[in-house]
Ligand binder design. Structure first.
Ligand code: SF4
Length: 537
């Protein structure tokens, strides 16, 4: 059994009855929806056309939300419905990053994730979902796609159907008859400056900002957003936004050909903000101090302080901060233990939580052993801590890769970058702890800063596998946060490299270490934010 939907765009009249019936059936609060009707207009008056596209959870056969959910709050039923249990949800928002279709939202009343569940309670009693029943033109067809005699299976077999974003590999079970690329592909149609019958998701100036972003990506000569500058050929839209005339002309042509979104789901903004970037940074310091200290000891020549009380206590303190930041970022922080107690082992969030907990335990044992002078336990904790530190450093790359909605985070270089950044952060922290000594540590830091810089530039400037990844890459170095990224490159990579090359005084080495640590935070901050600016629906 495999339940799915067919949305017949030949019939849909865009009346929103499905949206309203769904809200009523599930008592959905104001401001959020489980199903939506997107309007796209094409052409130039009088040759214009408006198309409607119903969007919702696709009940994917290989559901990215189910894979990433750390507590199995999202799960696939035997009948193919992807359902959720809000009692298990910790509201980490990872499902919202993983879903390529923007199907999930945080319920403002329960503060947990929610989405279309195919009206499972109705289906179990032999009824059809509320949206199917209410549709006045039978544009929504539900049923078992594996039953060849069912109306939905016959419709899929008979008509030419399309799905949203097939390249994501999620195997969605919502099929569109006469699906229009301008509506199914979130980036294909421009948002309108003022929406049909309303102003929403950005309101006035939304369109102008989109034009600016597109023009900036294309390398257009832009007029400042805050400077109307008519003498430079700029025009002012919506009062405070100005753009170049050429950009307006280009976009006008684009609108005529590809269409404009005049009504769609409000954007959800940046779901993972500074706390997530800060957690990556504190984790890099903690795991890096341990990994560099142990490796240095194993290779010989490490001063006792490299794996001494202060170094281990620093690593443990940063690990504690990592945990606090992770918990603070949850919308249901009181449920954080569910990650350990109700684990979904496929989720890298769970695997990472166990790696961090294991590292915390090893460090605690090591500190106790140092205090008591138990040499055998020191040796055991040291050996156990190294793989746990490497795993803690790198796992976040695999977690972000499970966020399949964000193409830019799928980079194969990410695990290497996270590992190099952890070793860099560990070397820098140890240099500071050891008072800018020894000189060899400065050379190690220089090599790691150079390696990190190469990886960062490679990740941003080489060819990207998808258009969304390429757009996110451009947003990293030319988008709203690009000043921070360039600061991370200039002040956090190039300047420390010059300082490390210039001299060997402890003060210079210490300063270089501090700057390098700042650089890691800034570049990670932008790496986390930029891909979230790409629309998913
Ligand atoms: Fe639904 Fe999105 Fe999960 Fe697919 S990934 S099952 S569309 S919520």
């Amino acid at each position: 059994m495999n339940y799915g939907f067919v949305i017949d765009n030949r019939k849909c009249i865009g009346c929103h009855a499905c949206t309203v019936a769904c809200k009523s059936e599930h008592e959905i609060p104001l401001g959020v929806n489980r199903t939506h009707v997107k309007y796209v207009e094409k052409g130039v008056f009088p040759q214009t056309r408006r198309t409607f596209t119903v969007t919702r959870c696709n009940h994917c056969e290989d559901a990215p939300c189910v894979e990433i959910c750390p507590t199995s709050a999202l799960f696939t039923r035997r009948d193919g419905i992807v359902d959720f249990d809000s009692e298990r949800c910790i509201a980490c928002r990872s499902c919202m990053q993983a879903c390529p279709y923007d199907a999930l939202y945080i319920d403002p009343e329960t503060r947990t994730a929610a989405k279309c569940n195919y009206c499972a309670h109705r289906v179990e009693r032999g009824y059809e979902p509320a949206c199917v029943i209410v549709c006045p033109v039978q544009a929504i067809v539900s049923g078992d796609l594996e039953d060849a005699d069912s109306p939905i299976a016959r419709l899929v077999a008979r008509e030419e159907v399309s799905v949203r974003k097939p390249a994501k590999g999620a195997r969605p079970n919502v099929y569109y008859v006469e699906g229009d690329r301008a509506a199914l592909d979130p980036s294909a149609a421009a948002p309108s400056d003022s929406y049909f019958a309303s102003e929403q998701s950005g309101g006035v100036g939304h369109f102008a900002r989109w034009v600016q972003e597109r023009a900036a990506e294309a390398g257009e000569d832009l007029v400042s957003p805050f400077d109307p500058a008519p003498e430079r050929g700029g025009v002012t839209l919506a009062g405070s936004i100005s753009i170049s005339q050429r950009a307006v002309d280009d976009v006008g042509r684009e609108l005529a050909g590809q269409g404009r979104r005049v009504y769609d789901a409000p954007g959800k903004g940046i779901l993972w903000g500074w706390q997530v970037a800060a957690y990556i940074w504190t984790k890099a310091v903690a795991s890096g101090v341990v990994a560099v200290g142990v490796l240095w000891h194993l290779l010989g020549g490490a001063p006792p302080a490299a794996t001494g009380f202060a170094a281990l206590a620093t690593a443990l303190a940063f690990l504690g901060l990592t945990g606090l930041l992770l918990i603070a970022d949850l919308d249901r922080p009181e449920r954080f233990l569910y990650v350990l107690l109700r684990p979904n082992w496929r989720s890298w969030l769970v695997r990472g939580a166990y790696l961090i907990s294991g590292l915390g335990l090893a460090l605690t044992l090591w500190l106790v052993a140092l205090w008591q002078g138990w040499e055998w336990l020191i040796r055991f904790a040291r050996l156990a801590a190294l793989p746990l530190a490497v795993g803690s450093a790198a796992y976040t790359a695999f977690l972000f890769a499970q966020a399949r909605g964000r193409d830019y985070w799928q980079s194969a270089l990410s695990p290497l970058r996270m590992l190099v950044q952890a070793l860099l952060a560990g070397s820098a922290a140890l240099l500071i702890l050891l008072g800018g000594q020894p000189l060899e540590m400065g050379r190690v830091l220089l090599a790691l800063v150079a390696a990190n810089l190469l990886i960062l530039l490679q990740e941003v400037f080489t060819a990207h596998p998808t258009e969304d990844a390429a757009r996110a890459g451009r947003l990293v170095w030319r988008g709203p946060d690009s000043t921070l990224w360039w600061s991370g490159i200039g002040l956090g990579s190039l300047l420390p490299a010059l300082l490390l090359l210039a001299g060997s005084s402890p003060v210079l080495l210490g300063l270089a270490a501090v700057l390098a640590l700042g650089g890691v935070f800034l570049t990670e901050f932008v790496w986390v934010r930029a891909p979230q600016r790409i629309p998913l629906s």
